[in-house]
Design a protein around this ligand. Structure first.
Ligand SMILES: [Ca+2]
Ligand SMILES: [Ca+2]
Ligand SMILES: [Ca+2]
Ligand SMILES: [Ca+2]
Ligand SMILES: [Zn+2]
Length: 411
């Protein structure tokens, strides 16, 4: 197709208009062609799909008079980047901030991701940047009131986080507690840009390096669109090999007979392959977790109802037959509940599906990151209520119960 000189001239004007801002755009409005998509595309082009336009990654951007130097911070237009601004509280003498070791482990988990990039290398470059100490607050928000959590959160955020960064960064606080609970953390929504890690009431205060690592990646996962069940909110599924399941949040995945906390930071991973659907009404024990992605080296845990409580069973090798009903016989047509939840210990048998998490990350948090969202739209998004699936994040008491079960010898 050929464009007339007049259309080309108008198109050039448009590019200028977009670069110099809305006032100029208004003046030139009558000159603009009606059909403009080919002209607009390059300005927002995002070659690597991380939600950050190429131009921001090569040149940075200015918003409200503040220059955000993404290239200076290591952004690459041909490799996925994920920026996280981290503030932290200090409780008595104890900083709740992560050590450099934890930060390095977070980076390693994302660098190890099975995610392709235009530069030909795999992985995601995460930039967890430790910024400001926040004023200490025993609890963000009061018991049972979601809005009060985010009101307290925003008071700290607005005092520290420069507004220009909202277009390219997630924001989180290493805090003591929220809603006066022992819950380990909270994301603002699924997906979202805001989250909390709240291990201040744990023992030791602020959690171990593994609890910090797992909880950070878990809550960040919610902000990237991931859920407790992968395809849904069902927790504790044995075919969900992800630290988005409470089974693995604090200990990491179970591989080669060991948990992440036994010294393997890369096991604090999102699910990186497909796993087979399990029909709790009719399980074929011969298959174990085979039949979809490669699960060699992986073990798993399942939870079953026994005398009204949930008991766990470790499976060292998920790449072979699994005796789901623990009767010593490998068989087909087995009916067995496999994801018993102590807080909701019904034994309804359903079909358990999961998700290859890394293939489904929502880098832009549904547009909160990137050039398109308006301040009004952002405010509306931030005001959305906390989803039901985040109402009861893994707390200290539940975690201790899980630990006791996971770490006790098999019967
Ligand atoms: Ca990009
Ligand atoms: Ca990038
Ligand atoms: Ca059996
Ligand atoms: Ca079930
Ligand atoms: Zn969660």
């Amino acid at each position: 197709m050929t464009a007339s000189p007049r259309v080309l001239a108008a198109a050039c004007l448009l590019v200028t208009c977009l670069l110099v801002g809305p006032a100029a755009a208004q003046e030139e409005e009558m000159e603009l062609p009606l059909f403009i998509p080919p002209i607009v595309a390059p300005i927002s082009r995002d070659t690597d799909g991380d939600g950050l336009p190429d131009i921001w990654e090569t040149d940075g951007y200015t918003s409200g008079g503040t220059f955000v130097d993404l290239p200076g911070l290591g952004a690459d237009p041909r490799h996925k980047d994920l920026f996280v601004w981290m503030d932290y509280m200090v409780k008595d003498e104890t900083s709740l901030a992560p050590t450099q070791q934890v930060i390095d482990n977070i980076k390693a988990v994302f660098a190890n991701a099975p995610v392709d990039n235009p530069d030909g290398a795999t992985g995601v470059t995460i930039h967890p940047i430790l910024k400001n100490q926040a004023p200490y607050k025993e609890s963000l928000g009061v018991k049972g009131d979601d809005d009060s959590v985010w009101a307290d959160f925003d008071a700290i955020k607005n005092n520290s986080f420069e507004a220009a960064y909202a277009k390219s960064f997630r924001y989180m606080i290493w805090a003591n507690s929220y809603q006066e609970s022992s819950s380990s953390g909270l994301a603002r929504n699924i997906p979202a840009t805001d989250f909390i890690v709240s291990l201040g009431t744990f023992t030791p205060e602020g959690g171990t390096r593994w609890e910090k690592l797992g909880t950070f990646i878990h809550e960040l996962g919610h902000t990237l669109g991931l859920t407790h069940g992968g395809s849904d909110d069902l927790n504790y599924k044995p075919n969900y090999l992800s630290i988005m399941s409470y089974t693995f949040q604090m200990t990491g995945l179970y591989r080669n007979g060991q948990f992440g906390e036994d010294g393997f930071p890369l096991y604090f991973d999102y699910q990186r392959m497909d796993t087979p659907t399990l029909n709790e009404n009719s399980l074929n024990e011969n298959l174990g977790l085979t039949g979809a992605g490669d699960v060699s080296t992986y073990g798993t845990i399942f939870w079953y109802l026994s005398d009204g409580t949930c008991k766990s069973q470790n499976v060292a090798n998920a790449n072979q037959a699994i005796d789901w009903n623990l009767d010593g016989v490998i068989e087909t047509g087995v009916a067995m509940g496999l994801h018993c939840d102590e807080d909701d210990p019904t034994d309804e048998k359903t079909t358990l599906t999961t998700q290859n998490n890394w293939k489904h990350l929502n880098y832009s948090a549904g547009g909160l990151i990137g050039p398109s969202i308006s301040p009004i739209q952002r405010q509306r998004r931030l005001k959305e209520p906390t989803p039901a699936s985040l109402k009861r994040e893994l707390d200290w008491e539940t975690y201790q119960r899980l630990r006791q079960s996971l770490r006790s010898p098999a019967p």
